[in-house]
Every structure is written in structure tokens, then in C-alpha cells.
Design a protein. Structure first.
Length: 182
């Protein structure tokens, strides 16, 4: 049976992904540029970006799985079909980008000869050979996909706020932590 609100685990995963993505966008403003073929000196911002990028994959995939393990009723019975279609498309695009952005970054780092590790505790395997001809493309793709994720995330927030303050429905409340929707 479907619930009218998200499971607490889904809420935790959602807000964990939000926090990690926000940290990534802030962190990316401080890290050095990785130029084509240029290996740079390891940097705390770059290493943190790599680690959190890899970590994002875990709650993002689990959140996607929770969508199927614990489905939720349609937000509002009177939600127009186009609005529902756009919301579903937005969610799937976000899920795809939450996997594609970290993987493209990991592959670009591998191609540039940069080690991706989890805060120095665990070295992740290279996904692409060092000096791969696809390295420049992967770096550009990572930047484009990250910008697309940022735009969709802003749209997602705007839609949630529109539902909450303009439509005054429970769409936002269903995902808010510690809030029970009747």
C-alpha cells in the first residue's frame, strides 16, 4: 500500500544528497582547475570534491531504490497531468544526473592521472586509463552535467516552494524531516 508521505529513510537520503550536492557546488568554487593533461599538486578542495563526489553515489542510488521499495501516492488528487508528468521527468533527470555527474568526474580525474580516494582511507580504482583521449571530453561533460544538475536542482526547489507557498498543498511537507502529513 502506498503512503501519502515519504518514508523517514527516504527523507534522510534526500536531505543527505541535498547537503552533499550543496557542499560539492560550494567546494568546486575553491578547487583548482584541472587542465587537459595537466596533473596538478593534490589540493584539499580537489580531494574533498573527489571524496564527496564518490560518496554521493551511495545515497543517490539508495534514494532511487526507495522510490520503488516504498512508493508514495500522487502528491495531490487535483494535480494536472502535465504537472505530474513534469515532476516525474524532473525526478528521473535528477536521479540520472546524481549518478552521471560523479561518474563523469571520476572518469575525467582518472584520465588526468588524478587519484580518487575517500579522504585518504580508500583509493578508488581508475575508471579510465591515464592520458585517455576521452579525458578532455569527460571533463567537459562533467562540467556540463554539473551545471545541468544545478539548474534542475534550483527548479526542483522552486517547484517545492511554489507548492508550499502558492498552492498551499502538502508536496513540500511530505519530504520535510520530522513532519507528518495527514
Amino acid at each position: 500500500m502506498k503512503s501519502t508521505q515519504y518514508h523517514p529513510i527516504s527523507k534522510f537520503l534526500h536531505w543527505s544528497v541535498v547537503a552533499l550536492v550543496v557542499m560539492q557546488f560550494i567546494n568546486s568554487e575553491f578547487m583548482p582547475e584541472v587542465e587537459d593533461g595537466g596533473v596538478i599538486v593534490p589540493d584539499v578542495f580537489l580531494n574533498t570534491h573527489f571524496a564527496f563526489g564518490a560518496i554521493i553515489l551511495i545515497p543517490a542510488v539508495l534514494l532511487f531504490l526507495m522510490r520503488y521499495l516504498r512508493p508514495v501516492e500522487k502528491a495531490e488528487e487535483l494535480t494536472p497531468n502535465l504537472q505530474t508528468t513534469l515532476a516525474v521527468a524532473m525526478h528521473y533527470a535528477l536521479y540520472i544526473l546524481l549518478v552521471a555527474v560523479p561518474l563523469s568526474g571520476w572518469m575525467a580525474a582518472s584520465a588526468a592521472g588524478l587519484e580518487v580516494n575517500l579522504f585518504g582511507f580508500y583509493k578508488l580504482p581508475a575508471l579510465v586509463a591515464v592520458g585517455s583521449p576521452s579525458g578532455e571530453f569527460l571533463g567537459e561533460a562533467h562540467g556540463f552535467l554539473a551545471s545541468t544538475l544545478e539548474l534542475l536542482a534550483i527548479g526542483h526547489v522552486a517547484a517545492a516552494l511554489w507548492h508550499h507557498f502558492i498552492l498551499k498543498d502538502n508536496v513540500l511537507n511530505r519530504m520535510r524531516p520530522f513532519v507528518t502529513v495527514k
